[in-house]
Design a binder for this molecule. Structure first.
Ligand code: PLP
Length: 373
């Protein structure tokens, strides 16, 4: 059994995919060009924002956005304690200080209350300047923007949506990658919209920010790429990945987003009574992960071992709070993050993807229930 069945996806998309890749190779336009531009326009329209700028990966996307906003040493950027390392790494990489805040136990996403407590603690200390908050659309579910946005506004923080796992999610008719002052996504193969290598993108409605990111991702280019007006990076999406993404976006729009939600409903039904993922009213998840909460660490670890013995893959996203990562050791912890501590010991993600059929979901559910009974 596959945790995320990319082989099956390829078999389904093979005719279009092979044609798109070979056509790009034959054209010998490998970096940038019309394919990348067309993809950016399509992604911006899909998300419902003015600008999309593609880049090398999701981590670069976060870094580019922070750089474009001029965030650096002496600045505090608030980051959920429960997320993938890159959300905090990008902040530290530009020289700013990541300040970790807690998440809600039921949605796994930003707690506006903890965010506000963290901002106040930083202000009370008077050393760092609060500049921005990163919200993460964890496991495919948009963060609680209606609660986070007023806090950000009150304290003058920019909101950066880390939608690396969130592409395709929605709150009402607002799509992921359109929340906050800017958003980032990743096209890492296992994300909801993945390519065949690394890739990423930033989204914003702000003309100036978009222009700055376009400069920063090509060596700080000015009027052309041999006129370099600032220190930037080399972070671009290549044309082959753009071709792959065009085919994948067709499938995502036409069938996959719906199919993955059908798979989630199947798990919900078969596992009802357990702590299955909570999707608040009016929200749509793109199900980067389907994550159970177990009563304690022993049960979680036991379940994972029992599944493994039956050939069923599962993953712990994430085993360690950000503030406990060795790379952040020595940083001050401004607020307690008990929900994150608890989740790290009790979550387990099950096989999940748009090609997960009823039979396979039932096999997973049977194994889960058998262990827990
Ligand atoms: C995957 C991921 C990233 C980084 O994306 P890459 O393309 O792997 O660099 C950042 N944030 C979150 C929440 C992620 O899941």
């Amino acid at each position: 059994m596959e945790f995320r069945d990319l082989k099956r996806q390829y078999q389904v998309l093979k005719p279009e995919m092979d044609a798109a890749i070979l056509e790009t190779v034959a054209s010998a336009g490998f970096i940038g060009g019309a394919r990348v531009k067309a993809l950016e326009e399509r992604l911006a329209a899909y998300a419902g924002v003015k600008h999309c700028v593609t880049c090398g990966n999701g981590t670069d996307a976060l870094q580019l956005m922070l750089m474009a906003w001029g965030i650096g040493p002496g600045d505090a950027v608030f980051v959920p304690d429960f997320t993938f390392f890159a959300s905090g790494e990008a902040v530290a990489f530009v020289g700013a200080t990541p300040v970790f805040y807690d998440v809600c136990p039921d949605t796994f996403n930003a707690s506006a209350g903890s965010l506000e407590a963290a901002v106040r603690a930083v202000l009370d200390e008077g050393v760092l300047t609060p500049k921005a908050v990163i919200t993460v659309d964890l496991y495919g579910l948009p963060a609680d923007y209606p609660a986070v946005e007023p806090v950000a506004k009150q304290y003058g923080l920019k909101v950066l949506e880390d939608a690396a796992q969130g592409f395709g999610g929605r709150i009402g008719d607002r799509r992921a990658c359109s929340f906050g002052d800017g958003a980032c996504t990743s096209f890492f193969p296992a994300k909801p919209l993945g390519c065949y290598g690394d890739g990423g993108a930033v989204f914003t409605n702000d003309d100036e920010t978009a222009a700055m990111v376009r400069s920063l991702c090509v060596h700080g280019k000015g009027t052309d790429k041999y006129d370099n007006v600032r220190i930037g990076m080399n972070s671009r999406l290549d044309a082959v990945q753009a071709a792959v993404l065009e085919v994948k976006l067709d499938a995502f729009e036409q069938t996959e987003l719906e199919a993955v939600n059908r798979a989630a409903r199947t798990y919900d039904r078969l596992l009802s009574g357990l702590h299955t993922p909570v999707v608040p009213e009016g929200y749509l998840s793109s199900w980067a992960q389907y994550t159970l909460r177990l009563p304690d660490r022993e049960t979680r670890d036991g379940l994972q071992a029992a599944l493994k013995a039956k050939g069923i893959p599962s993953m712990v996203y994430y085993p360690k709070p950000m503030h406990s990562q060795t790379a952040f050791a020595g940083g001050r912890q401004y607020v307690p993050c008990p929900n994150t501590e608890c989740l790290c010991g009790t979550v387990l993600s099950l096989p999940m993807h748009p090609y997960l059929d009823e039979e396979t979901a039932a096999e997973v559910a049977r194994a889960v229930l058998e262990f827990l009974k």
